[in-house]
Design a protein around this ligand. Sequence first.
Ligand code: MLT
Length: 255
Amino acid sequence: MMSGNLVDLHYEESGQGTPLIFIHGFPMDHSNWKPLVPHFGMGVRLIFPDLRGYGASPVTAGVYSMSLLAADICRLMDKLHIERAALVGHSMGGYVSLSFAHQFPERLAGIGLVATRALPDAPEQRISRLAQADEVEKNGTGVVVEGMTPRLTSDVHLQAELKKLMRKADVRAVAGALRGMAERQDATPWLAEIHVPAVVIAGAKDVIVPLAVIKAIADGIPGSEWVEIEDADHMLMMEAPKETADALLRMVKRI
Ligand code: MLT
């Protein structure tokens, strides 16, 4: 259980109604979700936090475990007096959302999992993540930014925008999240415990998380909806915002 070392997250919000909390991926910030906003109508309260270390949230040293990041989200809900919310997590934000679902099931009203996985890192991936964390501390975040940019999306304009965003990420946040992802648990056994409306959304061309790995989440969550967006890569909420928002709204309607 987490206590004491939680931080107050920076967030932006719009609208009133069922609360949806959007959790961005690595090493980004809440701005990833902005293209979705015009596609949501009335009746939803959209909350966009920056995870610790990212955007305008406080930076801390040490390992950013998925359970710690999830506990920060729970603290934000407490601060906003939100008893239950639907979480929407992209990639690493999905790892955080699954950890939240496991730790705080009574606070979860629904879940949207976007381009993410339940599986932990394979042993060789864990080793390379830990080596990358050391490298980032030594030589800066360039290795991560250059490595990720071409794999996030095939849209070159979006690549340039995301590269600029990732370059802003703090060394401690990048190293901390790499170590946190490396040590994360297998969330597969937790999927069957999710008894709220769920949607799992994937871009058919995603090269960061293979489609079958994303689909396995939908297979594991009872009654979840599976949505595959044809012409999208890993950053589908930016590449196909209307299709992504429509899928999330169907989940919200089932709450
Ligand atoms: C992300 O987009 O959040 C990361 O690529 C996830 C990961 O590296 O596992």
